[in-house]
Design a protein around this ligand. Structure first.
Ligand code: ATP
Length: 305
């Protein structure tokens, strides 16, 4: 009988691997337009994640020859801490996360997780260890329960409900006439930007990866939704090694480390308070965003009057 079950077990494993691949493809398409052709080295071992210690060591990279985007990035993200990457548009922030996912390989330097060069481990094991909350979440024309459960193969209803609670979208789902069976996506209920982000957070909670990448949406959410999402994300990030690609500085104040990327180089690094004191690029960006916010606030008051 065991002989009969072993092949079935194998089939189950193959199915799960393919499904995990599909889940990661979802993340991939929001990260890059064209998947890179990177293949595993023959006999590459699985990545073994103990603490989730990430290092970028003198990483250089360009999408095309003659135009270097990252020009020697040294970055350490200690286990269980949060690093925020900020900087002007086009500085190379998202490129860092694409290299970490190994959609592309550095042209020089290396990236390690718990001491293992990510270019020498199986890609599937690397991507299984990384969770991403992307800028824009793809929803399927299916139920909201399915859309959340997609984060983990074989997730039970209880697990889906727990993830929804963790992402604080359970109240919203309870308010729908069909609850978890409500159809969403193009042909169903259209979710707001904040609700879609919560679905992505719930999926990530189900996947439960040791390393988390949050690619903050550029599109503005209203400040109450933004603050609520931030609180949820902070909860998800706890105990995990987290990298936040941040567009709004208000969301990085609490980070253990902030790095300012400028034209492919790390121009500054430190905590919010240290960087404000330093009076450099970060302080300048902070002052600019604060005054933009104040103007927006005044505009909203005027509009209400
Ligand atoms: P933003 O804050 O606007 O999202 P970013 O700092 O995340 O910007 P990246 O997306 O990392 O910037 O892009 C860095 C540079 O790489 C940009 O100049 C961009 O034009 C270029 N780039 C990004 N993706 C590709 C690609 N697939 N092929 C060629 N060049 C690319």
């Amino acid at each position: 009988l065991a002989q009969l079950f072993r092949p079935l077990d194998m089939l189950g494993m193959v199915y799960r691997t393919i499904r995990q691949g599909l889940i990661d493809m979802d993340a991939m398409f929001t990260l890059v337009d064209t998947p890179a052709e990177i293949v595993d080295a023959p006999g590459a071992p699985d990545l073994r994640v103990a603490a989730g210690h990430i290092r970028f060591e003198d990483v250089h990279f360009g999408y095309e020859p003659g135009r270097e985007i990252l020009k020697g990035v040294d970055l350490e993200v200690k286990p269980g801490t949060m690093t925020a990457v900020v900087g002007p548009s086009g500085a190379g922030k998202s490129t860092l996360s694409r290299l970490l996912f190994r959609f592309y390989a550095p042209t020089a330097g290396r990236i390690t997780i718990d001491g293992q060069d990510i270019s020498s481990v199986k890609q599937a094991s690397l991507r299984a260890a990384l969770g991403i909350v992307p800028q824009d979440t793809v929803l399927f024309n299916d139920t909201i329960g399915y859309n959340i459960g997609y984060g983990k193969d074989g997730a039970t209803d209880e697990e889906v409900a727990a993830a929804a609670r963790g992402a604080a979208i359970d109240g919203f789902i309870a308010s729908l006439p069909n609850g978890y069976d409500s159809m969403v996506g193009e042909r169903g209920l259209k979710l707001s930007g904040g609700e879609k982000q919560r679905v992505a957070i719930a999926r990530t909670l189900l996947k439960d990866p040791p390393i988390l990448i949050l690619d903050e949406a550029t599109s503005a959410l209203d400040s109450r939704t933004e603050a609520a999402i931030q609180e949820t994300l902070n909860h998800v990030a706890r105990r995990r090694t987290t990298i936040v690609i941040a567009h709004r500085l208000s969301t990085v104040v609490e980070a253990d480390q902030i790095v300012v990327l400028d034209q492919g180089r790390i121009a500054e690094r430190g905590t919010h308070a240290q960087l404000l004191r330093a009076g450099g690029l970060y302080a300048e960006m902070w002052t600019r965003q604060q005054s933009e916010r104040e103007q927006e606030g005044e505009g909203a008051v005027e509009a209400a009057e």
